[in-house]
Write a protein of this length. Structure first.
Lengths: 244, 641
């Protein structure tokens, strides 16, 4: 069996004096969709930031594609093939759709997962809006743009932070479909979700994080079976949000 | 009105406007990327002119100068950015501005040292001499060339930003640095490149200006202030705004000399005031006024020392004894020097109150100092020779001016405030120089009497020891009052505004009212310091109002320890002492002070106070008294806020 694409081994991370992650480990195999679930403030976003190097872990290692990237700056790790779509989406409000995509493509030097043309085929809406500024797009369009912007770069691993947050239910379904189709084409996905339902519908495996620690790991079936985990660490009982 | 003259002045205005455009666009680009206003930009422009001059001296070619000088200024810019700013981007904007202020002092003095103070001729290109006939008028070919070249360079810059990948990254970085990083781009390299590019533009402007304006070490001072006004009028961060405002101001200046010659030198300030009243965000500005751009955070809150503290009382005791040794142990000159330190301590106290406690970046405190001094001088000369009455007038006038400046500009916090206060102070400097009949112009205000304390002839402040005790008393009293004031509910709001203006306004306080009041109070103390200065010197120089004086107070404050009230007062003493010692060795003493300022910002941002406390902790730790660890715990708590 080959090494995992991403492996995180016992990392600690802190913002200033406040420790966020404690001895957290996870791994993602090539071709998988893996989700990180947990309550607000559990450390999910921090985990993604630590993987990328926006925040440097104070202990432990992050290995990507066989290379230790723990202490590499974020922009280098991105160039190696981890694309990150942050929670607040972060389109450039004063750049056009076209320019947003060009910035995403800039460092891939032809090694992008999709070309601009392929992006426009897949997201025809973006083609229509290509001359519009980022700030003129709707929330769903912005989410498509940032995912597309990640895909024109070199994307071996796509890390998405709450891609469905604040979107209308119909758009949430669209986004889930997009993630599935990207995955079908061989892009590995690591997903942070508050929406446990959405996470379960798209991911193969899940890590439950609480207070910066890994408290449960398993497949969708396993996590469904583990009522106590759901109750204790996600605040959702068997009969509540899961049955939505 | 002569049409020919009008055309002539229109062209002159365009030529000026193009220079302003080159400077202001560089400022804007740096600001857009890093949120930093580079005070040193005028100095880079001036350096560009001098380097160009040397290239011409060496090679005889203007064209080579136009190529090499901007490139060298670009290298200087990159070097300065990498060695200083680049290391402290994560700090509050306050430190960035102060740092570039220090760089300005260093560059100005370095140029004076290398090329001398006197104005120099800058030969234009041989191919473009003489005049060209435009209908009935003759116009110098060089100025036409300047207009075309300047517009071409500005156009090139615009294309660079709109059409290239470099421009794309810079525009993206101006919107969100972190997002550009997660595109795999090392954005911090682009900070350096942008700084270098802006420096190149300043260099181009310097060389182009050479044959048109005088080349002097002070040529950067006026243009940087005009460029600030351009940026304020046009709207910060708007390239189109800079273009419009630069050309507008160039035209206003050149047409103004014809239509309203008596207002020459003031029109741009009036234009700025008008824009601030009508459209504070600038003509084309979209820059939303970030209410939290005032935010200044300290890793450690240092409370002002109580006057009843043993160390403070000890120091006062020693100071009280000083005049006794006059004549035997040291000369009256030394006692006078200490008096001057008290005056500057008062001024530094006034600045720290708004900058350290409120986060208002005032770079125009010379205005209050100078206004207080002139008011006192004029009052004692023409009305009544009484310090008490004159100082009251000085305080009221200075506070009033501060209140007005505050009312005009306090909505625009952060770097805007820094630029506007500097511009206002320069306006008063200009006024003092121009209003000859009243102020004595560049000769200064002479003929002041020896000031009497009450006006009854009982206590003459001309006596060195008497003045010494009086200045000490006033300074200590002002300190005690300020400490009390900042400890009051009013003071708590003031301090909270520094921490987060937004949260304070969420609590229902009108923060602008508090800022205006605090600024007026600070102006009052500054005016009092000015009153003492005039009394001490029995003379007022227009130089008191010069921006360099505002810079000196900032240096004093930083040396001592910003945001501590007593620290800046010590810093002022140190500043005066250093000035005294350094100036006896070299004319370029401000270079040394500028360097010390830069080092302070980089290495000891809380000044000598932190040096003092770390030394004390080290000593205590070694002696095993346990005082050190306790203090450390308190410090950690402070950082946890």
């Amino acid at each position: 069996m080959s090494d995992p694409l991403l492996s995180v081994d016992g990392i600690d991370a802190a913002y200033g004096q406040s420790q966020i992650l404690r001895d957290l480990s996870l791994s993602v195999e090539r071709g998988e969709v893996v989700s990180l679930v947990g309550r607000n403030g559990a450390g999910k976003t921090t985990t993604l930031r630590a993987i990328l190097g926006i925040l440097t872990p104070s202990a432990g290692t992050v290995t990507f594609d066989g290379d230790d990237v723990t202490h590499r700056p974020d922009y280098e790790t991105v160039a190696r093939g981890i694309q990150y779509v942050p929670e607040d989406r972060q389109v450039f409000p004063d750049l056009s759709v076209d320019e947003n995509l060009r910035l995403g493509e800039l460092k891939s030097k032809g090694a992008g997962t999709l070309t601009m043309e392929e992006v426009f085929e897949r997201f025809p809406r973006l083609r229509e809006r290509r001359a519009n500024k980022g700030s003129q797009l709707s929330g769903g369009e912005q989410q498509m743009l940032v995912i597309a912007r990640a895909l024109v770069g070199k994307t071996d691993l796509l890390m998405l932070d709450e891609p469905t947050e604040g979107l209308a239910p119909q758009i949430v379904e669209d986004v889930i479909e997009i993630i599935e189709s990207i995955n079908d084409e061989g892009v590995t996905v690591l997903l942070v979700e508050q929406n446990v339902q959405a996470a379960m519908s798209v991911a193969d495996r899940h890590y439950v994080i609480n207070k910066g620690q890994n408290v449960f790991e398993g497949t969708t079936d396993e996590i469904r079976a583990a009522d106590d985990v759901l109750e204790e660490h996600l605040g959702v009982g068997g009969e509540s949000e899961l049955s939505l | 009105m002569d049409v020919n003259l009008l055309v002539l002045q229109l062209l002159n205005g365009l030529a000026l406007g193009v220079l302003y455009l080159l400077i202001a666009s560089g400022l804007s680009v740096i600001f857009g990327m890093t949120d930093i206003i580079n005070f040193a930009h005028g100095a880079l422009y001036m350096l560009g002119a001098y380097v160009g001059l040397s290239v011409i001296d060496a090679t005889g070619s203007f064209w080579l100068a136009l190529l090499l000088a901007p490139l060298s200024i670009g290298v200087v810019g990159v070097f300065l950015e990498r060695t200083t700013l680049h290391r402290i981007y994560d700090r509050d904007p306050l430190y960035h501005i102060i740092l570039t202020f220090g760089l300005t002092l260093m560059l100005s003095d370095a140029v004076e040292f290398i090329w001398g103070k006197s104005p120099q001729q800058f030969p234009g290109p041989d191919a473009i001499t003489g005049a060209v006939a435009l209908g009935p008028i003759f116009y110098p070919k060089y100025k036409l060339f300047l207009i075309v070249a300047g517009i071409a360079v500005a156009g090139g810059v615009w294309l660079l930003f709109e059409k290239t990948n470099f421009g794309l990254i810079v525009r993206g970085g101006a919107q969100s640095r972190q997002t550009v990083r997660i595109m795999g781009i090392n954005i911090s390299n682009y900070f350096t490149l942008v700084f270098g590019l802006a420096a190149v533009l300043a260099g181009v402007a310097g060389v182009l200006a050479g044959p048109f304006l005088n080349v002097t070490p002070t040529m950067g001072d006026q243009i940087i202030i005009t460029a600030f006004i351009v940026v304020v009028v046009g709207g910060l961060g708007s390239f189109r705004g800079s273009v419009v405002a630069a050309l507008l101001i160039g035209l206003v200046q050149s047409l103004g000399t014809v239509f309203v010659p008596q207002l020459t030198g003031f029109l741009v300030y009036l234009l700025m005031i008008l824009v601030l009243l009508v459209r504070p965000q600038g003509l084309l500005g979209e820059y939303e006024v970030r209410s939290d751009s005032t935010k200044v955070t300290f890793s450690e809150i240092i409370e002002p020392v109580s006057i009843t503290d043993k160390r403070a009382l000890g120091l006062l005791g020693v100071l009280a004894l000083v005049p006794l040794g006059m004549g035997s142990l040291y000369s009256p000159y030394f006692v006078g020097l200490l008096s001057l330190m008290f005056i500057w301590a008062l001024l530094a106290l006034s600045l720290d109150m708004v900058m350290g406690y409120m986060g208002l970046l005032s770079f125009g405190h010379a205005a209050f100092f100078g206004i207080g001094a002139y008011a006192t001088g004029l009052f004692t000369m023409h009305v009544f020779n009484s310090f008490v009455a004159a100082a009251a007038v000085a305080i009221v006038v200075a506070a009033g001016v501060a209140w007005i400046i505050g009312a005009l500009s306090i909505r625009l916090t952060g770097v805007y405030f820094a630029m506007i206060t500097l511009a206002f102070a320069q306006m008063f400097h200009q006024l003092a120089l121009t209003w000859n009949d009243v102020t004595g112009g560049s000769d200064g205000l002479t003929g002041m009497p020896t000031v009497d304390l009450f006006g009854a002839g009982l206590v003459s402040l001309g006596d060195t020891a008497t003045f010494y005790y009086f200045a000490l008393f006033v300074t200590v009293a002002a300190y005690v009052v300020t400490v009390k004031l900042l400890d009051s509910p009013f003071g708590r709001v003031v301090t909270a505004i520094r921490e987060s203006e937004r949260r304070v306004s969420f609590l229902g306080y009108d923060t602008n009212v508090y800022k205006r009041r605090a600024f007026a109070l600070s102006g009052a103390i500054g005016g009092l310091a000015g009153a003492l200065l005039a009394t001490y010197q029995t003379f007022v120089s227009a130089g008191t109002l010069h921006w360099v004086v505002s810079g000196d107070v900032v240096i004093a404050m930083m040396f001592g320890g910003i945001g501590t009230l007593f620290g800046p007062m010590f810093g002022a003493g140190l500043f005066i002492g250093l000035q005294e010692i350094l100036s006896s060795y070299t004319d370029q003493w401000r270079f040394v002070l500028g360097l010390l300022l830069v080092l302070t910002v980089m290495v000891a941002p809380r000044g000598l106070i932190t040096v003092y406390s770390s030394v004390r902790d080290a000593v205590r730790l070694r002696m095993g008294s346990g005082g050190g660890p306790q203090r450390d715990a308190a410090t950690d708590g402070g950082e946890n806020r």
